[in-house]
Design a protein around this ligand. Structure first.
Ligand code: FVH
Length: 296
């Protein structure tokens, strides 16, 4: 192992496994805040720049795990986590797994870590690498697992990004991570379709982007209205965009796409759901009906 750079500040040590784009950003944030940081990566060359910035590099994942402090894991997927941690002694260690996974994988990984004598927190990162270590970026991480374990490491975990505790169930961080990212992909689908519609026309993409961002921002609070309907707190007088009206407008969207030479493939699944919801009259209010119709 390379020697520690001496730190004068009283900062907790941390170990990080995985130096991809996200792992490297996390390591830089801890180093910048003066935390003794031990790093390991399958491809050692990725640790070189961090070593020059003061990181301690471990030759093996086992040596990194043994170095002390919480063991933060940021690898490609759950399979790589099993592969890497499987070759280490986890007894008595606190593992914080920030690798994106499903809720079931997170629960299974928590049990797996417990069988090896480790305490386990799962995390879901709501940020891209340039947002890490930038407090005003809005970056945060969902954590789930034992509350006491979260509290024990909260200070060090709060260095790269904000922290949001999602509950004792280890699957809840991944669940909310996946839910928010799924909504993001829905938004990207809409943005992709919108740009395709205006692509060959005399519409400035930069100016159009401003319009798109403004419109999506104006529509985003609709999430609160849907929540009110799901919890029975919606005001029946407040319906402003009836499902029947919206379904009647579907041909206009499909005809516009056809006239502009654009495939409607990103929109049609949602339109189908709207039609089914109206036909089956699942609920007096369409958002609740749509959500419930999706559940199998
Ligand atoms: N980057 C992003 O925008 C997103 C933001 C939200 C959270 N994600 C998740 O973070 C995890 C890591 O993502 P990343 O961006 O760091 O990913 P890569 O740059 O591709 O680095 C992958 C690292 O995983 C190592 N690795 C892959 N397979 C193995 C394996 N079988 N054994 C050991 N290590 C493995 C890889 O090592 P190497 O290729 O450099 O040797 C990298 O360290 C991820 O869950 C995102 O969903 C990021």
């Amino acid at each position: 192992m390379t020697p520690h750079t001496e730190h004068t500040k009283d900062t907790a040590p941390v170990t990080l496994l995985g130096l991809g784009a996200m792992g490297t950003a996390l390591a830089r944030a801890w180093l910048a805040a003066g935390h003794p940081t031990t790093v390991w990566n399958r491809t050692p060359a990725r640790a070189e720049a961090l070593a020059a910035e003061g990181a301690r590099t471990a030759d093996t994942a086992a040596a990194a795990v043994a170095a002390g402090g919480p063991v933060v894991v940021c690898l490609l997927d759950d399979a790589s986590v099993g592969e890497v941690l499987g070759g280490t002694d986890l007894a008595g260690r606190d593992v914080v797994n920030l690798t994106t996974c499903t809720p079931e994988q997170a629960r299974a990984r928590a049990a797996w870590a417990g069988e090896r004598g480790a305490r386990y927190l799962d995390g879901g990162i709501m940020a891209v690498p340039p947002m890490i270590g930038v407090p005003e970026s809005g970056a945060y991480v969902f954590y789930s697992g034992p509350r006491a374990l979260f509290d024990r490491h909260r200070e060090v975990l709060a260095v790269p990004a904000g922290t949001t505790y999602a509950g004792e169930d280890p699957g809840y961080a991944a669940l909310q991570d996946m839910a928010l990212l799924s909504a993001m992909y829905g938004m990207f689908a809409g943005v992709t379709h919108a740009f395709a519609l205006v692509r060959k026309e005399d519409v400035d993409p930069a100016a159009f982007a401003g319009l798109l961002a403004g419109w999506l921002t104006a529509m985003a609070p609709a999430a609160h209205g849907i929540a009110a309907e799901l919890t029975g707190g919606a005001d029946p007088q407040e319906e402003v965009s009836a499902l029947a009206m919206q379904v009647a407008g579907i041909p206009t969207f499909l005809d516009t796409a056809r006239q502009q030479g654009v495939s409607a493939e990103l929109l049609t699944p949602y339109f189908e759901l709207m039609r089914r919801c109206l036909a089956e009259q699942r609920a007096a209010r369409d958002p609740k009906g749509m959500v419930d119709l999706l559940r199998r």
